[in-house]
Design a protein around this ligand. Structure first.
Ligand code: MN
Length: 564
């Protein structure tokens, strides 16, 4: 699988590993199946090669991945060197005595030469040796994804060679060796070839069932069980190979699905707990915030169909809506109506969305969930107040959405509902405006109600399943999305949480502010870590051959893949 060029890069990695003894392995954070799988597979292999290996990650391993072998060895902190060493060059001077005198919260080290005087040039300062002699980052596009383990130990990253093994096209090539292949479906897939070469090089059998399982978990996670766009032939080739090596594929699938089901149930719990009812105007709604998604470890993709479940579980309701706050702050609103007398799309249009008579939605950014919830309720209540013929003082104006309703529609109400003064509803009927719109839309609404994202959401009464039953052939795209306002199109979220870069230290040299007093430096201090140069580490090893194209350029093959 590995040809000439990557081969040499792999060989460089193997040579550097051979020359090292205390190896620190760092997966990206938040950890996922690929980063954990890569880190632990390397860990087990390095142990077999009698290396002292350590895996550290600033965040704990999600429950989903606890079934993977060796997850318990993952630590959360780096043991850094604390020693500060004062070195005296004794080539030209002999030391008779060194003693320590403490006075006034200061320590004096008294160095007494046998004869002559000690000069500043004969003294140098440095930190003691680091606990590690090699760092390997896996599945990490930039050092900020290492969280505080990087920001707290920036010096270490410049003193110890770093091997960067990754497949993100955004990779910043921060390592001394950058083994970055953006065409790899996962970082673990890259490790297959590397470990095979290590086997050849060492003459030892390294890839066992545990390693194969870890590597396969990475491919399965990053390809979304072979469903994402990055499911390339390499993903299948690598997986086939790993199964031959004894990877426990069923175990991986089982755990991933089981966990999904659980998160889905937890999310349902949230929705039902937070469900609210306005009995006066027959409105039922629920709100899912980012916290709900985080707490339940559920993914936004798991909410498909939930609104329809809500509809069937809210008897007596006429308008049902569900607000979901996504990770990026976008809020989506799904609206359903139980009667064609209520034009959901007109309600959605009020907020810049659209859809069908009985199924519509919109999305919005830059507004708080609470505020949007209140805005929606005000609008919907006014709509219902006029439609049901009982407007109150607070509803001084007839809602826009209602103006498009046909008079017949307004009468088409549930029999049990009292219709007090129907004439009040249409003081000045505007029949010409409405007629053409109602008929075709009503027919459409009988089909699968489409959400604003054009995602088919089958109506069903059974409890939610992991994979909602596929509604026959995909309905051809409807012009639902077309009338959308200029809302940024949000790509489907990758499984797992996106990494937040805010507050992280960029790999740039901290520039002293002009107001800063000059730092007094001890004389002839070689490479004091406090003024360490933040440039790319000097290296003996040739740099990576330039990647084809701009590594940051969007790779169409990866745009919708799960790369985190
Ligand atoms: Mn990955």
């Amino acid at each position: 699988m590995s040809q000439v060029k990557p081969m040499s890069l792999q060989q460089q990695i193997i040579d550097l590993i051979k020359a090292s003894q205390k190896i620190l392995i760092m997966p990206s954070s938040p950890p996922d199946g690929d980063s954990i799988g890569s880190a632990l597979a390397l860990y087990i292999a390095l142990k077999k090669l009698n290396k002292e290996a350590t895996v550290v990650c600033p965040e704990s391993v999600p429950d989903t991945y606890h079934f993977l072998p060796s997850t318990s060895i993952i630590g959360d902190h780096v043991v850094a060197s604390k020693d500060f060493v004062i070195t005296i060059d004794t080539q030209s001077i002999k030391i008779a005595n060194i003693k320590q005198i403490d006075e006034n919260q200061k320590v004096n080290l008294i160095i007494t030469p046998v004869n002559g005087r000690l000069t500043q040039e004969q003294i140098s300062f440095n930190y003691g040796p680091e606990r590690y002699d090699l760092i390997i980052t896996v599945d990490t596009g930039g050092v900020e994804q290492l969280g505080h383990l990087y920001s707290d130990h920036v010096d270490m990253f410049h003193q110890i060679p770093v091997i960067n093994i990754d497949h993100h096209f955004s990779n910043e090539h921060f390592g001394r060796i950058n083994f970055v292949d953006v065409m790899a479906p996962s970082t673990t897939e890259l490790l297959i070839g590397l470990l095979e070469l290590m086997e050849k090089d060492s003459g030892m059998k390294l890839i066992d069932e545990d390693i194969a399982t870890l590597l396969l978990a990475g491919i399965i996670t990053d390809t979304g069980s072979f469903q994402n766009a990055n499911t390339s032939p390499r993903a299948f080739d690598g997986s086939a190979k790993l199964v031959q090596y004894g990877a426990r594929q069923q175990e991986i699938i089982q755990h991933i699905f089981k966990t999904k089901q659980l998160s889905m149930l937890k999310l349902w719990g949230r929705i039902l707990t937070k469900m609210q009812t306005d009995e006066k105007y027959n409105i039922v709604w629920s709100v899912l915030t980012r916290k709900d998604f985080y707490d339940t470890a559920a993914d936004d993709s798991e909410t498909g169909g939930i609104i329809d479940e809500l509809l069937t579980n809210a008897p007596g309701s006429e308008i049902v809506f569900l607000l979901k706050e996504r990770k990026d702050g976008t809020i989506t609103c799904s609206i359903r109506s139980t009667t064609s007398a209520i034009d959901s799309s007109a309600l959605a249009e009020k907020f810049g969305g659209g859809g069908h008579v009985q199924a519509a939605g919109f999305r919005m950014k830059g507004v708080s969930v609470e505020k949007l919830e209140q805005d929606i309720l005000r609008e919907f209540r006014a709509y219902q107040a006029y439609r049901l013929g009982r407007p109150t003082e607070e509803h001084s104006e007839k809602p826009e959405a209602l103006k498009s309703l046909a008079p017949e529609e307004l009468k088409e109400k549930k029999p049990e509902e009292e219709k007090p003064e129907p004439q009040k509803l249409e003081p000045k009927p505007e029949p010409k405006k409405i007629e053409p719109k109602v008929e075709p839309l009503e027919i459409e609404a009988k089909k699968e109600p489409l959400e604003i994202e054009a995602k088919p959401e089958p109506l069903e009464i059974e409890p939610p399943k992991v994979e909602p039953p596929k509604p026959e052939p995909k309905p051809e795209p409807k012009p639902v999305v077309a009338p959308q306002p200029p809302m940024p199109i949000v790509p489907p979220p990758a499984p797992g949480f996106q990494f937040q870069t805010s507050g992280m230290q960029a790999p740039q040299a901290p520039q002293p502010t002009p107001s800063m007093p000059p730092v007094s430096q001890p004389p002839s201090m070689p490479q004091s870590p406090s003024n360490f140069n933040f440039q790319a580490p000097q290296n003996n090893v040739p740099a990576t051959p330039p990647q084809p194209g701009n590594p940051d350029a969007p790779n169409p093959q990866y745009q919708f893949g799960s790369q985190q």
